[in-house]
Design a binder for this molecule. Structure first.
Ligand code: ZN
Length: 141
């Protein structure tokens, strides 16, 4: 017992009541509610009983699956609230009509064609110049 040092009772602290006594303050009245999600998870969060019934949430997000959980075990909220992830194309289709899309596509194609034609012309010109230069050196010989 001499090796325990200063404190008479290990684990005790100043202000603590006699050992074994509940010293966590008074227990607030609580209301436990069960929430059920579509996946079958049940959550039972506790609310202070001072909170009015109407202020308690009707739905919470299930911490297990993230889906909404409601109070009716036989009729858990369906996932309708959550929009499924949209593809990039879906977002574009939301913003643009088919006619606009066609116009944009035609513009893009025209631009690429023009660029390609220019590149082909440039390549042809370079080819011509190269051949001419080769002819010249051949003629010099
Ligand atoms: Zn769940």
């Amino acid at each position: 017992m001499a090796t325990t040092g200063g404190s008479a009772i290990r684990g005790s602290r100043v202000g603590a009541g006699p050992m074994g006594e509940e010293d966590r303050g008074f227990k607030a009245e609580r209301v436990v509610r069960n929430y059920y999600c579509v996946m079958g998870h049940v959550q039972s969060p506790a609310f202070a009983s001072s909170v009015i019934e109407e202020e308690l949430p009707v739905e919470i997000d299930c911490p297990n699956c993230g889906l909404p959980a409601g109070l009716d075990p036989n009729n858990p909220p369906q996932n309708a609230k959550h929009e499924p992830y949209k593809t990039h194309l879906a977002y574009v289709k939301e913003r643009r009509t088919d006619a606009e899309a066609k116009e944009l596509l035609e513009d893009a194609v025209a631009m690429i064609r023009a660029r390609r034609t220019a590149a082909t012309a440039a390549a042809a010109a370079a080819d011509k110049a190269e051949k001419a230069a080769a002819k010249k050196t051949a003629a010099k010989k």
